[in-house]
Ligand binder design. Structure first.
Ligand code: AMP
Ligand code: GLY
Length: 431
């Protein structure tokens, strides 16, 4: 069986690593992949947005299954295009991806289906948006409607910050068309968690819980990034909480989409704020999270290819996911300057030694090999993942490996997983 993975980050390396363990898989291709993926797959230098090129590649190589990592190709309709050509592909169709690519669509879906979320207003006129901000005068969150590479959300404690964000997004149009409409929503406090589930449009099966660390600096300070590290399980997601999330958020979303005539097939990712023991939905994503997937995949015992095939056959109800009891932590190593403009081309050393630390697997993100040397080529460079008997052990193993790695300007958070340590694990050890 031949598999194509679309993408080239830590998430895609983690997926490739897992798939590589399936004996029926004879070849893995990745587009564009990275230096780590290249050790177990053939990397093809195609952009993830080159849908025509990717479908040609899938036909030429006789690919049996394509798995799509990032949101961009999904939002461009890669799944619809592959399906039209009779190619098996894992991910939601373009209409379904609107839950991530249009925040206005997502909020309407939430409202129509009574999914708990922050109250909000939609604006397409910057003057009206500014008047509203002046009128409200409390902390607010401004969100560009469309995809903005994770930068389209601005938390505004003061009205002045909100006015500035409206000016940047709607008037200066720093995210282009993505900022034509904005959402202004109520600011929610609480504890964040990521909740991912496989769905074939009928059954929904949760993945192990996880928690991401979005901001660049320790103590949840600084600007948001794609994610600086994660851990799994997230103790805030007890078994009872998981039930609430399934009945109040995941099921109503899939059923709500079905009522609109949209079958959602793939991974549904809910970004949650847990407030007073109740889950509130911040956003949906239409894909595996990154770096969450780098921790979750380490704990998945069930064969991933089988699960994906069952999704495509609408037979997900036949699947049971088994999880390793160990905890998993992933620390992201980033380039100088990230999440703003960053440096690249820096030599990375120490990987062999780091990989020898018990329980550690290194997932590459922004790496490339040139004349035998491993160089940085992206903002997020590596994900250092570790399993451990306890979350504390997985954290200390991950950081023991991090200490062996270096490249010029390397930076990372020193407090990944600390929040989990401050809670005791629920007795049931819900996945
Ligand atoms: P989103 O892309 O909607 O997940 O937003 C990115 C990040 O902004 C989230 O992970 C939260 O940390 C934060 N955020 C989004 N919406 C809210 C909200 N209503 N209240 C507080 N924080 C939020
Ligand atoms: N880690 C956040 C995301 O994948 O969107």
């Amino acid at each position: 069986m031949k598999i194509l993975i679309v993408g080239g980050g830590g998430r895609e390396h983690a997926l490739a690593w897992k798939i590589h363990q399936n004996r029926e898989v004879s070849a893995i291709y990745a587009a564009p992949g990275n230096a780590g993926i290249a050790e177990i797959a053939e990397c093809i230098p195609l952009q993830v947005s080159d849908i025509a090129g990717l479908s040609r590649l899938a036909r030429e190589k006789g690919i049996d299954l394509t798995i799509v990592g990032p949101e961009l190709p999904l939002s461009l309709g890669i799944v619809d295009e592959f399906e039209a050509q009779g190619l098996a592909v894992f991910g939601p169709c373009r209409e379904a991806v609107a839950i991530e690519s249009s925040k206005v669509f997502a909020k309407r879906l939430m409202k129509e289906n009574n999914i708990p979320t922050a109250s909000y207003e939609v604006f397409s006129d910057p003057q009206k948006a500014k008047e509203y901000v002046r009128h409200i005068g409390r902390p607010l969150v401004i969100k560009a409607d469309g995809l903005a590479a994770g930068k389209g959300v601005v938390i505004c404690q003061q009205p002045e910050e909100a006015l500035k964000a409206i000016e940047l997004i709607m008037v200066k149009q720093v995210f282009g068309q993505a900022g034509k409409q904005i959402i202004i929503e109520e600011y929610l406090s609480g504890e964040e968690a990521s909740f991912l589930a496989f769905t074939d449009g009928q059954s929904i099966i949760p993945l192990a819980s996880s928690q991401d660390h979005k901001t660049v600096y320790d103590g949840d300070r600084g600007p948001n990034t794609g994610g600086m590290g994660a851990y799994s399980p997230a103790p805030v997601i007890s078994e009872q909480m998981q039930q609430k999330i399934m009945t109040k958020i995941m099921a109503p979303a899939i059923e709500g989409l079905a009522r609109l005539g949209i079958t959602y097939r793939g991974v549904l990712y809910a970004g949650l704020m847990i407030q007073d023991n109740e889950p509130m939905l911040l956003e949906f994503n239409a894909r595996f999270g990154d770096p969450e997937t780098q921790t979750i995949i380490r704990r998945l015992e069930t064969d991933l290819v089988l699960v994906i095939q069952k999704v495509l056959q609408t037979r997900l109800h036949e699947v049971r996911l088994d999880w390793r009891q160990e905890a998993s932590t992933c620390v992201v190593l980033a380039s100088a300057g990230y999440p703003d403009s960053y440096q690249s081309g820096k030599e990375i050393i120490g990987l062999e030694e780091a990989a020898r630390v018990d329980g550690v697997v290194l997932f590459h993100a922004g790496t490339t090999r040139q004349e035998g040397r491993l160089l940085t080529s992206g903002g997020r460079v590596l994900g250092v993942s570790a399993l451990g008997e306890t979350i504390a052990e997985s954290i200390s193993r991950a950081y023991a490996a991090v200490a062996k790695i270096s490249f010029e300007g390397m930076h990372y958070r020193k407090d990944i997983g600390q929040r989990a340590l401050s809670r005791s694990l629920p007795k049931s050890r819900a996945a």
